[in-house]
Design a protein around this ligand. Structure first.
Ligand code: SAM
Length: 207
């Protein structure tokens, strides 16, 4: 039996690094990163799976990521990156940056896992300049009642095996609650994934 700490610290980042690097998800990342420019904050940087998708207009990325293993797994991608990326923080809920620091922010498959996602979004909004854009793709509460019921049933198990990942967070409500204006939102199920896991919220929100 693997201890919970070892599972979360040593196994989950490796699984995530593979599971979120499919052709389908890479296409989603390319869409979500399009249009990012200037000084960019990425929360829940993970193993850097977005790095190959940063547009040339990105000047610098401040990566916020608690997992040392995630950061190590990002090594090869960082070595060949065309954009400077600095690990600049460990916790999206409490960002070590002054107000209005960033032109844009990026969050992909992260708001499911941050314990207090509302606090993290308030922090992201605080450090974005007024009018700055948050590009996001997240999985969360499904639009269909039947799928949502299953998400609620399975969520306790998912949280245990996937490092605190919630299945049914209402991402649009969290964004609005943190003061963002959602300017684009696409809802779809990720192809080839169980619907409980793949109910996506993809879009852009303005600080
Ligand atoms: C499912 S993974 C997604 C990783 C990456 N964003 C991606 O798209 O591949 C969730 C990430 O959120 C990170 N995370 C967990 N708690 C966090 C926190 N409080 N602040 C920032 N990131 C956090 C995890 O370490 C993990 O890298």
């Amino acid at each position: 039996m693997v201890a919970v700490g070892v599972w979360v610290e040593q196994v989950v980042p490796r699984i995530t690094n593979k599971a979120l690097d499919t052709e389908v998800v890479r296409a989603v990342r390319e869409r979500v990163c399009a249009g990012l420019a200037g000084e960019v904050l990425e929360i829940g940087f993970g193993s850097g799976l977005n790095v190959p998708h940063y547009p040339a207009a990105v000047v610098r990325v401040a990566a916020v990521e608690p997992s040392d293993l995630g950061w190590r797994l990002a090594g090869e991608r960082l070595a060949t990156a065309s954009v400077a990326v600095q690990r600049s923080g460990l916790d999206g809920q409490s960002l070590p940056f002054a107000d209005d620091t960033f032109d844009a922010a990026l969050s992909t498959f992260t708001l499911c896992t941050i314990p207090d996602a509302a606090a993290a979004l308030r922090e992201v909004r605080r450090v974005l300049r007024p009018g700055g854009l948050l590009h996001f793709v997240e999985h969360g509460r499904a639009p269909d009642a039947g799928v949502h019921r299953w998400q609620r049933r399975l969520e306790p198990v998912q949280k245990r095996i996937a490092g605190g990942c919630h299945l049914a967070r209402p991402i649009d409500e969290l964004l609005a609650g943190a003061g963002f204006t959602i300017t684009r939102l696409d809802r779809a199920y990720l192809p080839k994934e169980p619907r409980v896991l793949g109910a996506l919220y993809e879009g852009v929100a303005t600080a």
